[in-house]
Design a protein around this ligand. Structure first.
Ligand SMILES: Nc1ncnc2c1ncn2[C@@H]1O[C@H](COP(=O)(O)OP(=O)(O)OP(=O)(O)O)[C@@H](O)[C@H]1O
Ligand SMILES: [Mg+2]
Length: 282
């Protein structure tokens, strides 16, 4: 059963529809016991029919909840109610996808502030050997700090893509898991991924933050996938606004045509997921 506005679900009072994704609906809700607002993500009911999926859901929710980092969305609760699996998490008013749609490319300083927080969060997760697998603007939630203070970025949906991608053949088999605009070559090839796939995706997000569109905007999905695999990374200077500093194209990139996984051997991989300092050499 899908919850309706004004009703209770899993002990939360549902008061708004916040958005829909491929496999879930997200509601605004109140936890009446604590008096706090939460975002309640309710997965498609057919997912809860699969016992193995339910078990993995619990496991992944525990891992995500254990990631105690200021740049990773806090998970308050997860479980099953009225035949649907749900996750209750911190409510955050905005996200990077909406912000880019509304404001266009970000100023360099703002982009670096947001990306730096996401990079820190990924470092922490990778330190625990956890890979996000779906780093994209829609999964980077943004909160303007109190009294217009520092904008805070929170990475959402940890582990969810892995979960959705690895089971429920009837639903997931013909569907790429993750979002292809930001997807690393090794993910496209369905090979084992590690934290470097997240860094590739973060690089694509960084490109979009500065250029206003992802690195490979193409007419068809097949063309996007091909471009990730075979085409050289585009130059930001050709697509970015006039505000971009000189030297922006000198950011380290992967040798043409090589999947990131192979191109960056551990010995030469950047130790930290910090974005390139675009101001150097400007
Ligand atoms: N913690 C949250 N607080 C407030 N709004 C949220 C929160 N999490 C998600 N949302 C809203 O719900 C929408 C749907 O989220 P969901 O994660 O289901 O899909 P998605 O990430 O947009 O796409 P996909 O299904 O491809 O991953 C988001 O775009 C966002 O606007
Ligand atoms: Mg999401």
């Amino acid at each position: 059963m899908v919850p309706r506005i004004g009703t209770h679900f899993a002990g939360y009072r549902i008061d708004a529809l916040l958005g829909r994704g491929g496999m879930a609906v997200v509601y605004g809700a109140e936890n009446p016991r604590l008096g706090i607002r939460v975002a309640l993500k309710v997965l498609a009911p057919e997912l809860s029919d699969d016992e193995a999926f339910r078990e993995r859901f619990v496991r992944e929710s525990r891992l995500a909840a254990a990631l105690n980092h200021p740049g990773i969305i806090t998970i308050y609760d997860a479980g099953e109610a009225d035949g649907s699996l749900f996750i209750a998490m911190r409510y955050v008013a905005g996200d990077l996808r909406e912000t880019l749609r509304r404001d266009g490319p970000l100023q360099v300083g703002r982009a670096l502030a947001v990306l730096g927080q996401v990079a820190d969060a990924l470092d922490a997760a990778h330190g625990e050997r956890l890979v996000h697998r779906d780093v994209k603007p829609g999964n980077i939630l943004l909160d303007v700090g109190a009294a217009g203070g520092l904008e805070r970025a929170y990475l959402a949906d940890f582990g969810l893509t892995k979960l959705l991608g690895s089971s429920i053949p009837s639903i997931a088999s013909n569907r790429f898991v993750g979002t292809i605009d930001y997807m690393a070559p090794e993910q496209i090839e369905n090979r084992t991924v590690d934290g470097r796939a997240d860094l590739y995706s973060l690089g694509c997000v960084a490109f979009e933050c500065l250029a206003g569109s992802p690195p490979f905007p193409r007419e068809t999905e097949a063309a996007v996938l091909w471009a990730h695999m075979k085409e050289p990374p585009p130059h930001l200077s050709e697509r970015g606004g006039s505000e971009l500093p000189r030297g922006v194209d000198d950011a380290p990139s992967v040798p043409h045509g090589q999947p990131v996984l192979h191109a960056y051997e551990p010995s030469v991989a950047p130790a930290k997921a910090r974005p390139f300092d675009f101001t150097r050499g400007a």
